[in-house]
Write a protein that binds this ligand. Structure first.
Ligand code: DGJ
Length: 731
């Protein structure tokens, strides 16, 4: 591992675990991309750049006599607009005179151990300096005093390179950023498939893979949140790449707001990938002496398919993105009252559910929406973070104490970023929401978005949330966010900064999250946005788990959890057993199936436990006690996908601990079909030289047999919505 600079050839060779990334300085000026892929010992220009006259690819002024040199055909690290490169640039800046032309050239670089912090932004980190090395390359446009520092970090133990850019105005005049991506990678071919995660509310992170075509393919959000609709993740895969074989280049944006991730295939079949804050409806004024730090992007290279890419993201995010007291701790099994009561509860009802939960071994009770202000439904009170004594006469303190007497922890729901028009906060501060003067304010779920770009708004909300957290023994917080931004504007920003609002909002949000989570380091925070609408690495930095989806149906969850697992670790995925018929899709599945799907994530329950029959309670008790035995393996082990729900009727995945001594395999079948083949499931990730015993039996199989021969899925599984589990321990 390390970053090496060859001063003769002017080449940087960045080496992470088994990955090489090579950058060259051409003509002492241009920063060119030379290679990214499987690690090599030394780069000796075997794929040296070739130049030829290409019509309509112009020549920069100083090369006007050389028709073979054009930025349009040069693979670059941070390309600009306006001087012969006609592809999409990595950034764009407008000067006071209206011009959008810039010309960055290499100036200098530094290589340091470790990984510097990105001030005010979430990012991956190291625990000691030997884990990573960072290269900072400075480029300048001397005419206007523009300086751009490109930041690359390589991780020693993982095939990960992170990137960001810092843009500084060293000139005298203000500059306006119109676009500031965090990365650009120019591949010299286009033989890829483009994979991304699309979705909707209650249908998050579905996988779509399609051949990369000429032109631009992109996913984005302009909703003010990373969104249910598109996750800030894309991957380029070689055509023959599968779950277990072939090359994958994965890109993930460590940010929770508007983003753009795009791949552009140009006329010569080169592919340019850029990723960053969405330039749509964005600009940022940089006064003389000011700088702008782009959020981080994480790039993962895998030569062993999507599975290995996912395990790399999982390891990085579990250990070097998530933080805090709970990062490495087994997470409590919770029961949440949302689908049990919605807004219709009082302390008696809550205590009944909690008591039943405690009898069944559940460890944490979470009081969801409706405990504050006068919130009998979703029409009022957001912002009034004061307990509703009509529902909870003894207050939160007394309720939490009673729940603790049941030997359970107590958790609470908030939606700190929102304001109801029918709230005291709105009556006092009608200009505290995002809005545009004289325009009406569009509501969504009867609410408006607080203007977190303003310090006084952030201060007041931080205080209100902290006051509640200090008022009772609260061990867990669910941080919700239930609408996207419209009429984006801030009452305090001048006209030429209005397009900064949505990014300033996210910076404000991160500040608030930082302050609240640091003030209460022992509280476990789970983020949520109408389910998984903000399941992104930006939020995971502050809150180590996320409510995966409002859709709790076991069958829908197969796709949602499978898709989510492409990037995000299992421990981060909240997964609950809920009632049947399911409230979102009205399907009926067995408690066993619901349990196995939820146990494939961070297990919880979200139903009125008091309404279960004695048999069902006994089954839940068994699930809870079983999950307690296996949760370290599920939450902190390695995850292998065996069968994809996007390919057909079956889903299967397995969890294996780091020592490879314990394995759990889950198999699910959606519909019973005539003439279904009798399936054999081949395991992955296990030690082929060791023996494994099927727990509870005396059957022992070699790891090689389980891997190469496989397991018969029992033929007696019949009917719709079936599931099966195998649990092995090394013999
Ligand atoms: C949306 C969340 O995803 C649900 O789990 C629940 O907390 C509701 N909001 C409450 O309003």
């Amino acid at each position: 591992m390390g970053i090496y600079y060859d001063s003769n050839d002017k080449i940087f060779h960045l080496k992470s675990k088994d990955t090489s990334y090579v950058i060259g300085i051409l003509q002492d000026s241009y920063l060119v991309h030379l290679y990214w892929g499987k690690g090599i010992s030394k780069y000796n220009k075997s794929n040296h750049l070739q130049f030829m006259d290409r019509a309509f690819s112009g020549n920069p002024y100083e090369h006007r006599n050389d028709r073979t040199f054009s930025l349009d055909t040069l693979p670059q690290e941070y390309p600009q607009y306006g001087n012969t490169d006609f592809r999409k640039p990595a950034y764009q800046i407008q000067l006071e005179n209206g011009s959008t032309i810039t010309d960055l050239r290499y100036v200098e670089h530094t290589i340091v151990k470790g990984k510097p912090v990105l001030e005010g932004l979430p990012s991956t980190y190291t625990e000691n300096e030997d884990e990573a090395e960072t290269l900072e390359i400075t480029m300048k446009d001397s005419l206007i005093g523009l300086k751009v520092v490109l930041i690359y970090t390589v991780f020693e133990q993982l095939n990960v390179i992170s990137r960001s850019a810092r843009i500084e105005n060293e000139g005298k005049q203000p500059l306006k950023l119109l676009c500031a991506h965090s990365l650009c990678v120019d591949f010299r071919d286009a033989d890829f498939d483009f994979l991304h995660l699309y979705g909707a509310h209650a249908k998050e992170r579905h996988i779509e893979r399609q051949p990369l075509r000429h032109g631009i393919q992109s996913v984005e959000s302009a909703r003010g949140a990373s969104s249910h609709q598109h996750n800030p993740f894309i991957a380029l895969l070689r055509k023959d790449t599968t779950e277990d074989y072939g090359e994958v280049y994965g890109f993930n944006f460590v940010y929770s707001g508007n983003f753009l991730a795009q791949a552009e295939v140009d006329q010569f079949r080169n592919t340019r990938v850029t990723m960053g804050i969405n330039p749509f409806d964005f600009s940022w004024k940089l006064k003389s002496g000011e700088s702008f730090q782009t959020p981080e992007t994480v790039m993962v290279y895998s030569s062993q398919g999507l599975g290995e890419m996912s395990r790399t993201f999982h390891e990085l995010y579990r250990t070097r993105l998530a933080r805090g007291a709970h990062r490495d701790k087994e997470r409590p099994i919770l029961v949440n009252n949302w689908e049990a009561t919605y807004f219709d509860f009082n302390d008696q009802k809550i205590l009944e559910i909690a008591k039943t939960g405690s009898d069944l071994g559940i460890e944490l009770f979470v009081l969801d929406d409706g405990w504050f202000g006068e919130r009998g439904d979703d029409k009022s009170s957001l912002g009034d973070w004061f307990v509703d004594r009509r529902k909870l006469p003894g207050g939160l303190d007394q309720l939490a104490e009673k729940i603790r007497e049941l030997d359970m922890q107590f958790g609470l729901w908030f939606e700190p970023e929102m304001i109801s028009v029918d709230s005291n906060l709105y009556r006092e501060h009608p200009d505290w929401c995002l809005h545009v003067p004289e325009r009406s304010r569009s509501e969504s779920r009867n609410q408006l978005v607080l203007d977190f770009s303003r310090d006084e708004v952030c201060e007041e909300i931080t205080k209100r949330v902290c006051d509640i957290l200090a008022s009772a023994p609260i061990s867990y917080v669910k941080w919700d966010m239930n609408r996207h931004m419209t009429e984006i504007g801030s009452a305090t920003l001048p006209p030429d900064r209005q397009r900064e609002t949505s990014h300033r909002y996210i910076l404000g949000l991160y500040k608030v999250m930082h302050r609240i989570t640091s003030a209460f380091p022992d509280i476990l925070f789970e983020s949520c946005s109408g389910g998984g609408g903000r399941f992104d690495p930006g939020i995971l930095y502050y809150m180590p788990q996320t409510w995966t989806s409002d859709n709790t149906d076991a069958i829908s969850r197969l796709k949602i959890q499978y898709g989510t697992s492409l990037v995000y670790p299992i421990v981060a995925m909240g997964a609950h057993v809920s009632a049947v018929p399911n409230h979102q899709v009205h399907r009926i599945t067995s408690l066993d199936m619901r349990g196995m799907v939820a146990m494939s994530g961070n297990l919880g329950y979200e139903l009125d436990l008091t309404k279960l029959s004695d048999d069902e309670k006994a089954e839940v008790k068994k699930q809870v006690s079983y999950y307690k035995q296996i949760r370290r393996l599920i939450q902190f082990g390695d995850f292998y996908r065996l069968k994809s729900p996007f390919d057909g009727n079956e889903t299967a995945w397995l969890f294996i601990n780091k020592e490879k001594s314990e394995v759990i395999v889950y198999y699910f079948r959606v519909l019973a079909e005539p003439a279904e083949p009798l399936q054999i499931l081949k395991l992955k990730g296990i030690d082929t030289t060791k023996q494994y015993q099927l727990v509870g039996t005396d059957h022992i199989y070699g790891g090689d047999e389980l891997t190469f021969v496989g397991l018969s899925v029992p033929a007696e599984i019949s009917g719709d919505f079936q599931n099966y589990v195998w649990h092995f321990k090394m013999a």
